[in-house]
Write a protein that binds this ligand. Structure first.
Ligand SMILES: C[S@@+](CC[C@H](N)C(=O)[O-])C[C@H]1O[C@@H](n2cnc3c(N)ncnc32)[C@H](O)[C@@H]1O
Length: 209
C-alpha cells in the first residue's frame, strides 16, 4: 500500500455522486488527473465549512469535482461561481451539477477565467477563491482575484508545486514559470499570509489581510 492510498483510506469518503463524477471523468475526459479527487475534495469541503463563505469564485471547472466539493460545504443560500474555458465540457459539467444535491449552489460560466473574473457577480466581494485554471496565467489570476476578494478573505491555489518542477532545473516551460512566478509574488506580497501544503500537486492557502 502506498502512503497516498493509506491517506485516502483514512480520510472521510466522498459522497456517491462525487465518486460517480470521478469515475465519469476517468472514463470520458482527457487528462483525468486534473480532477481534484477524493482527498483534496474533502479538504476543499472542510476549508469551506471552516471559512463559511457566502460567495465563492472558482477558476477552472473541468468536470465540476472541486466545484461540487466546495458546494457541499456551502450553506444553502451561498453561491459558487465557476469559470471554464473549454465549452466542450459544458454538457458534461451541467450533467454532473444536476445529479448532485449541491449543484443548485453552483453557477457555471463558460469563457476565459481572467476576463470573467472582472465581471462575474458585479459589485459583490468574494469570500473565497479557488485558482485552478491555466498555470501560465496564475500571476494574472492572482492580481485579478485579489481585487474581487474582501479583506480577510481567502484564496486557495492548486498545483503550486507543479510535479516538483518548481525546484528542478531543466523545467523552464511557460507553465512552470507561471507557477514559480505566482509563488514568488504571493511570498513577497505584504497583503498575504500563506502556507503551501504538499498535498497532491501542492495546494497554497492564502489569507488576505
Ligand atoms: C486542473 S483543471 C481544473 C480541475 C478542477 N478544478 C478540479 O479540481 O476538479 C483546469 C481547467 O482549467 C481550464 N482552463 C484552462 N485555461 C483556462 C482559462 N483561460 N479560463 C478558464 N478555464 C481555463 C481547463 O480547460 C481545465 O478544465
Amino acid at each position: 500500500m502506498t502512503l497516498e492510498q493509506y491517506i485516502e483510506e483514512h480520510t472521510s469518503p466522498p459522497p456517491a455522486e462525487l465518486q460517480s463524477v470521478e469515475r465519469a471523468t476517468n472514463l470520458y475526459l482527457h487528462n483525468p488527473r486534473m480532477c481534484s479527487g477524493a482527498v483534496q475534495g474533502r479538504l476543499l469541503k472542510m476549508l469551506t465549512l471552516m471559512i463559511r463563505p457566502r460567495l465563492v469564485l472558482e477558476l477552472g471547472t473541468y468536470s465540476g469535482y472541486s466545484a461540487l466539493s466546495i458546494a457541499e460545504g456551502l450553506a444553502n443560500d451561498a453561491v459558487l461561481h465557476t469559470i471554464e474555458a473549454n465549452d466542450e465540457l459544458e454538457d458534461f459539467i451541467r450533467a454532473n451539477l444536476s445529479r448532485s444535491p449541491h449543484g443548485g449552489k453552483v453557477r457555471l460560466h463558460i469563457g476565459d477565467a481572467a476576463e470573467l473574473t472582472d465581471t462575474v457577480a458585479p459589485g459583490e466581494a468574494f469570500d473565497l477563491a479557488f485558482i485552478d485554471a491555466d498555470k501560465r496565467a496564475y500571476p494574472l489570476y492572482y492580481d485579478k482575484v485579489k481585487r474581487r476578494i474582501r479583506p480577510g478573505g481567502y484564496i486557495v491555489a492548486d498545483n503550486t508545486l507543479w510535479d516538483g518542477h518548481v525546484v528542478e532545473t531543466g523545467h523552464d516551460d511557460a507553465q512552470t514559470e507561471g507557477v514559480r512566478r505566482f509563488n514568488d509574488i504571493v511570498a513577497s506580497d505584504p497583503d498575504a499570509e500563506q502556507v503551501i501544503l504538499p498535498l497532491r500537486d501542492g495546494l497554497t492557502i492564502i489569507r488576505l489581510r
